[in-house]
Design a protein around this ligand. Structure first.
Ligand SMILES: [Zn+2]
Length: 132
């Protein structure tokens, strides 16, 4: 039987996720401001005072490789926060079982349990291998 996170642990992860989201937004904004594009610099100004949800929406038009990784993580982090709010946090997207508590502690934005993640990565890399 997998150990499920208790309320206190979820609350702890929620503040970790919020901190992380804030840092990522800050990084993305800084990168936009540093870019040569006037348009991106303007977006960076616009998103400064936005609510969390609108941030990713505005950024969606930005096509800048430097922020791809941050943006991807930000989406995962925001998704985890949404799932916490909805009460569906900590369930595996694939098999519906509880995601191992130690896995969530290590990767709070995880959406798959360890087994499903392993299978996913194997399939994913195999598929990518076929297209090459
Ligand atoms: Zn699973």
């Amino acid at each position: 039987m997998r150990q499920q996170l208790d309320v206190q642990q979820v609350n702890g992860l929620r503040s970790t996720l919020r901190d992380r989201a804030g840092k990522l937004r800050e990084e993305i904004r800084a990168t936009l401001q540093k870019s040569d594009s006037e348009q991106y610099a303007q977006i960076a100004n616009e998103v400064r005072d936005l609510e969390d949800e609108s941030f990713a929406d505005l950024i969606v038009d930005v096509n800048l490789a430097e922020i791809d990784r941050d943006l991807e993580e930000l989406r995962a982090v925001e998704d985890a926060l949404r799932r916490i709010a909805e009460g569906s946090y900590g369930r595996c997207d694939e098999c519906g079982l509880v995601i191992e508590a130690h896995r969530l502690q290590a990767t709070p934005s995880a959406t798959r349990c360890f087994d499903c993640q392993t299978t996913f990565e194997r399939t994913h890399y195999q598929l990518r291998g076929h297209t090459l």
